[in-house]
Design a protein around this ligand. Sequence first.
Ligand SMILES: [Fe+2]
Ligand SMILES: [Fe+2]
Length: 290
Amino acid sequence: MTGTVYTAGWSLGDIPWNQFDPSKVEPRMLAAVKAAALVEYNAPDYVAYLSRVFQGDEKLIAEFEGWGREEAQHGAALARWAELADPAWRLELAFARFRAGYRPAHFTGDDAVSIRGSRRGEMIARCVVESGTSSYYSAMRDVTDEPVLKEIAARIAADEFRHYKLFLATMDAQNEAELPFWRKLSVALSRINESDDDELAYAFYCANVAPSDEAAKPYIRSFYAKQSFACTGRIYRRHHIRKLVQMVAKAIGAAPQSRMTEAAASLMWRVLRLRAGLALKMTAGETVTA
Ligand SMILES: [Fe+2]
Ligand SMILES: [Fe+2]
């Protein structure tokens, strides 16, 4: 833990770039940071989608636009660090490939209905994502010894906790019938399940396989999902997962401190350890970056 409380509204100029220590860059962390930069940088597409789902609520749409700018800045900060660590890497090149190949239907359509079935459902899905990102960057902050990345991750984690609060408050403010518990659980589980979809695996591929290597190393989702997880799954500690599960529990109306939540956190921790160990074993000896 850094012990510093980071407030909203920071910029790239607040990062102490001159403290960058190349000897503390770890290859798997660098690969994970490059991939995370692409996913974060893609946030404006999600703002457009949320603005359709919440059309008519201009104040809220303005808040979502602020959220999207912060997410894109996360991408810019992570990318700048990656470019320091690997001067041959360029965000714009990797991002252009990612954007060309990753266009989920709800980003390209003009449907004003959430893919989660309701505005409340949409906010549960967003809370799940922010629970995941706040835990991920907290883990990154705690595990890295590179001082600049430590500060970037700490600042991003603080933003992600605030984003969670924004989406939780938005869910509670909706003039819609409360969803039954099973429905909220189902939305949360389906969003957790989507962590295995193309977004993370393809971002990892575009961020870490050079265009010149595409023919020799074609994109295979399951392969790059494992490569990605080998870099990300191992950074968590038990308390990060506990916090993640407590946040998701709160979003679906379950008691964050209950025995059921504690049991879910224990199970998720064991599954994650097992999967991270397997992914590391399966990818051992393979080059992480291009
Ligand atoms: Fe973010
Ligand atoms: Fe966020």
